[in-house]
Design a protein. Structure first.
Length: 326
């Protein structure tokens, strides 16, 4: 009789006829995602499920490392009940191959599995008459085109999952489309200066409106944290909230920046000679910095915002009007 005591990759087997029979234990890794497609910059959870193809391996233990190409974003996660979960921000790109590499354990060999994470891409544009245009994965949910408006539309803000959007007019009127809720407006109320833009909260449960004099109006779960009264020579052009929604920055055309709530002031171009006025503000993902953009495409970075270039020294066919960040 031959008795084989096994090794980390094979089960023990005994042959009475003195022929050794070895049964291999194989492990498979299945990778799934909580969102397919995912939204760029938004967090999703990748799950690696481990299964054993031969009896005797038991429930796999060990660890799993998640990566994409040479980038590791969840290293050596302990396997619990045959599962390992990794929560990570979706990157910007058309798609990304996620690899989950299993380290193996005493009874089960190493293995790996892959998933192609699709990335949602698309955008909306809105005209002054409220006409809406959807591109890519962005869906059309309705518009104000062809309807009577008291004042022209000046801004749009969409939910993070792209299932709805709001339009705002210069008189503070709000128009909701898709699955978003109407939380109130300034329409029909006297305003010192016109509304110039709006920003929705991260969960889509509210929004801020900002007027050219720095007046801020909060609705739903958006918190009012202060406003800035300005002279007409230094008009506000944009508002950007902090990641937790407990603060925001206002940017003025002269490059001044005003911080409220937990938003930190990292500097500004206020008091500096600008070739062209500022028209927008964008923030870093962690709220540790911001960029200002001028109509000539000049970019000014503050805090942990990195300067990646600008069109400030390029002749443009039309002026810049805003900035979006990743």
């Amino acid at each position: 009789m031959a008795a084989y005591n096994g090794d980390p990759n094979f089960l023990t087997s005994v042959s009475a006829a003195q022929h050794l029979t070895v049964t291999a234990t194989t492990t498979s890794v299945t990778v799934t995602t909580s969102a397919q497609p995912g939204d760029p910059g938004h967090r999703v959870t990748f799950t690696a499920t481990l299964t054993v193809a031969a009896p005797g391996g038991g429930t796999p233990t060990g660890a799993v490392t998640f990566s994409s190409g040479s980038t590791v974003f969840c290293a050596a996660l302990v396997v619990v009940s045959g599962l390992a979960n990794c929560t990570e921000s979706v990157p910007v790109g058309t798609s990304q191959t996620i690899t989950a590499a299993y380290s193996g354990d005493t009874n089960n060999p190493p293995a790996s599995g892959q998933l192609v994470q699709q990335i949602r891409h698309g955008h909306w544009t809105v005209a002054r008459d409220g006409g809406m245009f959807a591109f890519g994965d962005a869906q059309f949910y309705g518009s104000m085109g062809g309807r009577f408006l008291n004042k022209p539309v000046v801004g749009i803000s969409a939910t993070n999952d792209g299932t709805g959007y709001w339009l705002v007019a210069s008189d503070g009127g709000i128009f909701a489309f898709g699955d978003v809720q109407f939380f109130g407006s300034e329409g029909g109320k006297p305003l010192n200066q016109p509304i110039v833009g709006m920003v929705a909260t991260a969960d889509g449960g509210g929004y801020w409106l900002v007027a050219s004099d720095g007046g801020v109006f909060a609705f739903g779960d958006a918190h009012f944290l202060g406003s800035k009264g300005l002279s007409s020579s230094a008009t506000i052009v944009g508002l950007a909230p902090t990641p937790d929604g407990q603060g925001y920055w206002l940017a003025a055309a002269d490059g001044s920046v005003y911080a409220f709530g937990d938003a930190q002031f990292f500097g500004s171009e206020g008091g500096q000679l600008l070739n062209q006025p500022i028209v927008g503000i964008g923030t870093t993902a962690d709220g540790g910095g911001y960029w200002l953009v001028a109509t000539d495409g000049g970019i000014f970075s503050f805090g942990n915002a990195i300067f990646d270039g600008s069109t400030g020294n390029i002749i443009l066919n039309a002026p810049n009007v805003s900035i979006a960040t990743i």
